[in-house]
Design a protein around this ligand. Structure first.
Ligand SMILES: [Fe+2]
Length: 293
């Protein structure tokens, strides 16, 4: 798979027309991953977390149920209960640092993503807990192209009844394996097992360096990260349809994922930034380029 093919797959999935929803990217060496588990247990037992079920939490719009908590591991405050580092632009990364720099195996893992890393979270989900189906905006436009935020999951503690959902498919992610997770799809997560589920969940700014480092088709930057072969990376989930989902702007969609979402294009950039250029165009033409219309 080439970088351009990947971006086409991202766009198709953003519009809920198939595309690339998830990829299995590879696995960590057992000794490295065991150490990450030990470090995660330290964070869980001694770190402070934010409660996603609290109404003021930045992720509460995803309608969590049960026990859902987040340890923020990469931000500018150095506090693991501070969610303000979850968002922001590429330039903000210079101000962010690992909250637990002494945890060397996690730091080695974060280094795989270099300066592309936007946030890093240890997301915990208790038994009989979930994030409801929702859709996020993973693309933005600029004058000459499109920027993508890409999300990854590394399950640290899981069980066979922990699942993630992406555009009408349900997947189980295995401990110690790294996955690409397209958060522009309609997605959800649920734990119906008898043990808590903890995943490292993090976003990166997509560029060709990141793609080469962690996606299949080129050598791994770390001998402890065994990349999947291109043919082994694609994933097929089980069919699973939610009756409704919520969007970032608060809309609740009850008509299924194929409601006509359009990925933004550079035309939208000019329309948003220079509206006077478009005032003479027929309204129907503009409507075709409106994201989410
Ligand atoms: Fe989400």
């Amino acid at each position: 798979m080439h970088y351009g093919q990947f971006k086409t797959g991202l766009r198709d999935a953003y519009e809920h027309r198939g595309g690339i929803k998830s990829l299995r990217l590879g696995s960590l060496a057992l000794d490295w991953f065991t150490e990450i588990q030990r470090e995660a247990a330290f964070i869980i037992n001694s770190g402070s977390s934010s409660d996603v079920t609290a109404s003021g939490h930045v992720t509460n719009w995803t309608r969590p149920t049960g026990q859902v908590r987040q340890f923020s591991l990469f931000n500018s405050s150095g506090r693991s209960d501070d969610t303000t580092g979850d968002y922001g632009y590429r330039g903000d990364v210079k101000k962010k640092k690992l909250v637990f720099p002494q945890l060397k195996s996690m730091a080695r893992f974060a280094a795989l993503f270099g300066s592309s890393l936007r946030n890093l979270r240890l997301n915990g989900m208790g038994t009989q807990s979930a994030l409801s189906a929702h859709e996020e905006n993973s693309m933005s436009v600029r004058a000459l192209g499109t920027d993508h935020i890409v999300r990854f999951h590394l399950p640290v503690f899981s069980n066979p009844k922990a699942h993630v959902h992406l555009d009408d498919e349900r997947f189980h992610y295995r401990e110690g394996e790294l996955y690409f997770f397209h958060h522009g799809c309609v997605h959800a997560a649920a734990n119906h097992g008898t043990t808590a589920r903890y995943h490292l969940v993090f976003d990166c700014f997509l560029d060709e360096t990141l793609f080469e480092n962690v996606f299949p088709g080129s050598p791994s930057p770390d001998s402890g990260f065994d990349k999947a072969l291109i043919d082994d990376a694609s994933m097929q989930g089980e069919p699973f349809v939610f009756p409704e989902f919520v969007c970032e702007d608060g809309r609740v969609i009850k008509t299924g994922i194929r409601y006509g979402r359009k990925a933004p294009t550079p035309i939208d950039f000019y329309r948003n930034n220079y509206p006077s250029l478009f005032k003479w165009l027929p309204q129907t033409r503009l409507a075709q380029t409106t994201p989410g219309a």
